[in-house]
Design a protein around this ligand. Structure first.
Ligand code: JA2
Length: 320
């Protein structure tokens, strides 16, 4: 990917950069999300206080208190979640797949080291076992310390945490063993790159039971239509059931929206647009983790309605 040129006289080496660019993330008390993945634009949040800065084996980790979105988790200069809008992402990436199949029992989360997807999976009382494979232990530790309302997901007794590479975990997973695999990854530049590639989707399909479902973070229709088109084309080759793109609004993600690729394997048919496994408004475990804030059955169906430009490009990739 092309580096942005800023005219700065001295260019620091890549590992010294905040996010592959020349700019520090925080200037005059404002965090700006600058990246070659969204050239020419940067969303900014006013910083009250930096709470944590560290470097793991995989990435730079930062937490700050923002003026208007609560605490913010940043990896390699890119916003991963804020306390205020995380519900829109976590609830949709989880309930779009799990409300589309009857009786999900065994679920795998790849990435998602903040624990928010676990919190949402745990609302489903049919679920008996939840594996999570996160590559970066620092993300888990930082989330437990600074985002207790999100990391609460780790406290569910059905959860088993594996620290390691999701690609290797799936390769080693027994065939046909999961009802659902949720890929809660960061962007494809950095440690999550392989999670957007065809061999990874092949391992996911193998690990799913017939009629099992995958839901994966699939970027923004405004910024990454080319990535989405590749994902759609690959998924059509790999998944022999349904393949659908859905999206939601997350104000602190680039362009304010983010999408999901939903796929099912050959077997009992899955109609993603018409959920058959309702989750009650109190989230089935409402007392311990509070009610759902974002997801409902109307927004589930609406999430699959696409603007014409995106619909056209996605349909073109689906026809091949
Ligand atoms: N946020 C995460 C994660 C995995 C671990 C911890 C936090 C996300 N995946 C979603 C990120 C979307 C990025 C949009 N630029």
């Amino acid at each position: 990917m092309a580096e942005q040129t800023t005219g700065a006289a001295v260019k620091r080496p890549r590992e010294e950069d905040d996010n592959g660019g020349d700019m520090p993330s925080i200037i005059s008390g404002w965090f700006s999300e600058i990246s070659p993945m969204w050239p020419g634009e940067a969303h900014s949040l006013k910083v009250e206080k930096v709470l944590f800065e560290g470097k793991s084996d995989y990435q730079k980790v930062m937490v700050f208190q923002s003026a208007t979105y609560g605490k913010v988790l940043v990896l390699d200069g890119v916003i991963q979640l804020t306390e205020r809008d995380e519900c829109a992402y976590q609830e949709m990436i989880t309930h779009l797949p799990l409300c589309s199949i009857p009786n999900p029992k065994k679920v795998l989360v790849v990435g998602g080291g903040d624990g928010g997807v676990l919190r949402e999976v745990a609302r489903h009382s049919s679920v008996e076992h939840i594996d999570i494979c996160e590559i970066d232990k620092m993300v888990v530790d930082v989330s437990k310390e600074f985002f207790p309302g999100v990391a609460v997901g780790f406290e569910d007794p059905r959860v088993k945490l594996h620290i390691g590479d999701g690609v290797a975990f799936l390769k080693a997973a027994p065939e046909g063993s999961y009802d659902a695999v949720i890929v809660d990854s960061s962007d494809p530049v950095g440690p999550a790159q392989e999670l957007f590639e065809k061999p990874f989707f092949e391992s996911v399909a193998k690990a799913l039971r017939p009629g099992g479902v995958m839901c994966t973070q699939a970027e923004s229709i405004w910024l990454h239509m080319h990535i989405i088109e590749d994902i759609v084309a690959n998924c059509h080759q790999v998944f022999k059931g349904s393949v659908n793109y859905a999206w939601t609004t997350v104000p602190t993600y680039p362009s304010g929206v983010i999408g999901f690729m939903l796929c099912s394997t050959e077997g009992p048919e899955v109609d993603f647009k018409n959920p058959i496994n309702p989750i009650d408004e109190n989230g089935n475990r409402g007392k311990s983790i509070g009610p759902l804030k974002f997801y409902n059955k109307e927004i589930h169906t609406a999430a699959f309605s696409l603007p014409s430009f995106a619909k056209k490009l996605i349909e073109a990739k689906s026809a091949k």
